[in-house]
Design a protein around this ligand. Structure first.
Ligand SMILES: Nc1ncnc2c1ncn2[C@@H]1O[C@H](COP(=O)(O)OP(=O)(O)OP(=O)(O)O)[C@@H](O)[C@H]1O
Ligand SMILES: [Mg+2]
Length: 373
């Protein structure tokens, strides 16, 4: 096992730069998740780590070794892809041992490693089957097994769960986490699913257009998002955003929200006065009934999920953001979602009082999108 150091990696295809000065230090044994929307450069970064693509500039070290110019086979890392590409004519055992055989590992050692990996993954009873006689989840475990038997310095995984149905995805997600706790092999895992990132990562690296937006633990990423993009990406449903203006009052700063002057939870109040800001409020931080700051709405739509309810509300005109500011779809700019836990049934056309605690608010600069604390 080893740590990995990625130093200022840039990748361009012709005139298109898809990774910009990507730098990341990964500790030995750490589980790091690269997350971001489609096309942000996640797979490209992973392929460069694996040696399947060449960086335009920058360096990569695994442990003490600079591997920037090494061939994939000399990097001592194992990759698990979304389409796990098992050989259909080989048994599970042979699929798992294939890479070792190609490297000339002796048969007894291959057997030992395959059996050990099969035991860890709970597929010992499947070793003589062919892939077509396996379920999707079982195939996924064989693909993991093929990586484990190599006893690599690090695992690279590119959306390894995306071919599985929702239930199996949750199950296999937990299995990969348990496997990591047991083996403690440095792992870089790529997904566009923020839930996977939140549940699996020691640290999350969130990317947009080839640029790292924030590197943090799931907890910090959720509580202290660095900018509007991160705030909107992490959490489900995403954070609500309200356009408004900061006003200096006494020693503090307030903003007009749903007609109330609401004190904002920020330290550096003076610098903010008069500035256009975006106030963020998570759906789960809105409650039904009166509270510290209350407002009355007529819901546009109520979705009941049993244990919780999503209430969709059209934002008043003064809180709507302009198109193009964050690239989000129309509904994110013009509506607000409240996530009510253990709700009462309610008729959608009735008015409803909602409330929030101002201490829960996030504040962002409207022009730059950066968080203000
Ligand atoms: N060989 C290539 N030639 C030109 N452009 C490429 C090539 N490979 C990838 N790209 C571009 O690089 C960008 C990043 O692609 P990449 O596959 O890394 O995205 P991703 O974050 O993995 O997305 P997804 O979630 O859809 O898998 C995309 O705009 C893609 O079109
Ligand atoms: Mg990809």
């Amino acid at each position: 096992m080893a740590g990995i150091r990625i130093d200022s990696v840039t990748k361009s295809y012709g005139g298109l730069t898809v990774l910009k000065a990507f730098s990341l230090d990964i500790a030995d044994g750490e589980f790091v998740v690269l997350v971001g929307p489609s096309g942000c450069g996640k797979s490209t970064m992973l392929k460069i780590l694996a040696g399947l693509e060449e960086a335009s500039s920058g360096t990569i070290a695994i442990g003490e070794r600079d591997v920037t110019d090494l061939a994939p086979g000399d990097r001592d890392i194992a990759m698990v892809f979304q389409n796990y590409a098992l050989y259909p004519h080989l048994t599970v055992a042979r699929n798992m041992g294939f890479g070792l055989k190609m490297r000339g590992t002796d048969a007894a050692e291959i057997d030992r490693r395959v059996n050990e990996a099969a035991k860890i993954l709970g597929i010992g009873h499947l070793l003589e089957r062919r892939p077509r006689a396996l379920s999707g989840g079982q195939r996924q475990r064989v693909a993991l097994g093929r990586a484990i038997v190599r006893e690599p310095q690090a695992f690279l995984m590119d959306e390894p769960l995306s071919n599985l149905d929702a239930k199996l995805r949750v199950h296999t997600r937990a299995e990969i986490s348990a496997l990591h706790k047991r083996l403690r092999v440095t792992t870089i895992y790529v997904t566009h699913d923020q839930t996977e990132a939140m549940t699996m990562a020691d640290r999350i690296v969130i990317m947009k257009d080839g640029v790292i937006q924030q590197i943090a633990s799931p907890d910090v990423m959720f509580r202290e998002p660095a900018n509007l993009f991160v705030a909107g990406f992490i959490g489900s449903p995403g954070m609500n955003f309200l356009k408004t203006k900061a006003q200096a009052v006494g020693g503090g700063v307030t903003a007009k929200l749903f007609g109330h002057d609401v004190k904002l939870p920020i330290a550096n109040a003076a610098a903010l006065a008069g500035r256009e800001i975006v106030v963020g409020l998570r759906p789960e931080h809105i409650a039904a009934g009166a509270g510290q700051v209350s407002f009355t709405v007529t819901p546009r739509l109520i979705e009941s999920l049993g244990s919780e309810q999503y209430v969709y509300v059209d934002l008043p005109e003064e809180h709507r953001r302009d198109a193009g500011s964050g690239g989000e779809d129309e509904s994110r700019r013009t509506s607000l979602i409240a996530r009510l836990i253990n709700p009462e049934p309610r008729p959608p056309e009735a008015t409803l009082t909602l409330s929030f605690d101002p201490a829960r608010l996030h504040v962002f600069d409207a022009a730059s999108g950066e968080a203000i604390r």
